[in-house]
Design a protein around this ligand. Sequence first.
Ligand SMILES: [Zn+2]
Ligand SMILES: [Zn+2]
Length: 212
Amino acid sequence: MLIRTVAVPPFFKNGYVVSCEATREGVLIDPGDEVGELLETARRDGTTITAILLTHAHLDHVTGVAAAKRALGVDVWLHRDDEFLYNGVVEQGMMFGLRVERQPKIDRYFEPGVPFTFGGCIADILHTPGHCPGGVCLAIGETGSAARDLFVGDTLFAGSIGRTDLPGGDTETLLRSIREVLFSFPDDSAVYSGHGPATTIGEEKRTNPFLT
Ligand SMILES: [Zn+2]
Ligand SMILES: [Zn+2]
């Protein structure tokens, strides 16, 4: 599995291209303002992107969806419970004093428990509300292996957790999602967050001040 990360100002939100090394099929996760660099990285790697997967629909995670959809023509996936945020992206931008283009419609809704596959890779969809109602984490690995890398959006960060003061956020729900869903993965599972450096489940269990 090949993982590429790009983050740019003003939000320094991590966008990801995750691809299967054998088939060079991949997915684009949370394209924001760094979408141009992500697409260029995929092109250099020879990756064919087969889907745009959104961990949630906050502004910083979706501002590149329109450009990605224009370039790739593939389906955009989101959890249904975040569609109200997605449809309000222009208004989210106004809260930050930013002009944001309206994004193309969602093509497919995640169904937790129904995995998504690309090449020789599989993404299990985990509904992890709390930061927002339709937040999901993607547990991605190779078919036939139990090992999973976790793409957690803004649910969990190295040393911190997602904010819960935005519409639909709830701290107790978030902590439950992290403890019951994410912490059920082995300690050595890599965690790729929506902001900041990567970490592991074991490291967060041991040192995250919100969870110890
Ligand atoms: Zn967020
Ligand atoms: Zn974010």
